[in-house]
Design a binder for this molecule. Structure first.
Ligand SMILES: Cc1ncc(COP(=O)(O)O)c(C=O)c1O
Length: 402
């Protein structure tokens, strides 16, 4: 375990900050080391990490399973170009097929790139089988990435007028309103796309009943159901994929984040019946490289071990229980989410302030909206680490209230 210790890395942050493009307000810290649920900065200070690269390091920082896979693959084969097969690429596609029930995968380097692929696949399918239909109905407050098309598909109100003109073809409806989806379907509609739990919006779940009704409706209307499982996939909710709670299997599923356990890897996964790309339609220099997919195999094999997913569900229930207690004590508004993707409603707009003070006290926590905190620890987080996080948060909430 990493604990605070004397300064060990001679990084001079002030000298290098100016060479980086400013894309967000970063605190003046430089992280140099991570292990499990812990991070250490260049001054030697330790931090308990409940962000984990935004739900990316599903096995925590630098787990042996990933370090070993990286070392082994780095000495064997990194990239033989996407024009050729490599062993880990084939193995990872088979693992995803086995655990999802879907059939074919195209690997990407990020979540947004995988969503772009899903949009292209759906539009291609619309051209071939639905008279050129191209519109994809998406949800208000949904989040699908930061490329132009994925920003257009997202329902983030702050992005409404950003980087105009947007990519057309993404009518929005309210999450959990089957009626609004029905009204939005036209001859131009090719698919409905949503996250099983809206993560960036602040952890708001599509209900199981809504997902089941959506599955029935999309089948009846002969349009596709696309699930963005970038945040909910790879064990995050206590099942391999979020859709497995409702049983509403999508035609297309998109993965990233946890799939690479900390390295860039995404996946566009589809049912056999909708795989209609022809040679030249889709590709990319780094896609399916042996290095990244070998890491993906290591992650999938860990998650598939007997007892791993039930343990995530158990730890998630423990975290939810401890957060409920904290919510009662500080008169907050309750806890929402599933497995280890949870949020607490603070009942007041102090989220950013709480996150800043928690950081000062050695806890990384995210405020996706002013009135909420989001928790996305490593899936391997222990009850002791949860207790330690609760103690820091308790003291932080006490401090902010006074
Ligand atoms: C649900 C969802 N979709 C898409 C993305 C975009 O993924 P990436 O940042 O890897 O492009 C994210 C990232 O936060 C996400 O949470």
């Amino acid at each position: 375990m990493i604990r605070s210790q004397a300064k060990s890395h001679a990084v001079k942050p002030q000298e290098s900050f100016g060479a980086l493009m400013e894309i967000t307000n970063r605190p003046p810290l430089v992280f140099v080391e991570g292990r499990g649920s812990w991070l250490r900065d260049q001054s030697g200070k330790a931090y308990l990490d409940f962000i984990q690269g935004w739900a990316v390091n599903c096995l925590g920082h630098c787990p042996d399973a990933i370090t070993n896979a990286i070392t082994a693959q780095a000495g064997r084969l990194l990239n033989c170009s996407p024009s050729f097969y490599n062993e880990p690429m084939i193995r990872l596609a088979e693992l995803i097929a086995r655990h999802s029930g879907l059939h074919r995968t195209f690997f990407t380097n990020s979540g947004a790139e995988a969503i772009e692929g899903a949009i292209k696949l759906a539009r291609k399918w619309g051209q071939k089988y639905r008279n050129g239909a191209y519109e994809i109905i998406t949800m208000a407050h949904g989040f699908h990435g930061r490329t132009l098309a994925t920003m257009s598909a997202s329902g983030k109100p702050q992005w409404d007028r950003l980087f105009e003109p947007k990519v057309p073809g993404f009518p929005k409806v309210a999450l959990n309103s089957l009626e609004q989806v029905k009204q939005a379907i036209t001859d131009r509609t090719v698919a409905v796309m949503l996250e099983p739990i809206q993560g960036e919006a602040g952890v708001f779940a599509a209900s199981d009943a809504f997902l089941q009704d959506l599955r029935t409706l999309t089948k009846r209307e002969n349009i596709l159901l696309i699930l963005d499982e970038i945040q909910t996939g790879i064990g995050r909710t206590g099942k391999f994929f979020g859709f497995q709670h409702s049983g509403a299997a999508p035609d297309i599923m998109v993965l990233a984040k946890g799939l690479g356990g900390g390295i860039p890897l995404g996946a566009l996964v589809a049912h056999e019946d909708v795989c209609c790309f022809e040679p030249g339609d889709q590709g990319g220099t780094f896609n399916g490289n042996a290095f990244a997919t070998a890491v993906g195999c290591a992650v999938m094999e860990e998650i598939a071990k007997p007892g791993f997913l039930p343990a995530v569900a158990g730890t998630g229930a423990y975290l939810a229980d401890r957060l409920e207690g904290l919510s009662r004590k500080h008169r907050c508004g309750g806890v929402r989410g599933r497995g280890l993707l949870l949020a607490i409603d603070l009942g007041r707009e102090t989220g950013p302030e709480v996150a800043t003070e928690a950081l000062r006290r050695g806890l990384l926590i995210n405020a996706p909206r002013p009135d909420s905190l989001r928790f996305m620890p490593a899936l391997t987080v222990t009850p002791d680490e949860i207790d330690e996080m609760i103690d820091i948060l308790d003291a932080t909430l006490e401090e902010i209230a006074n």
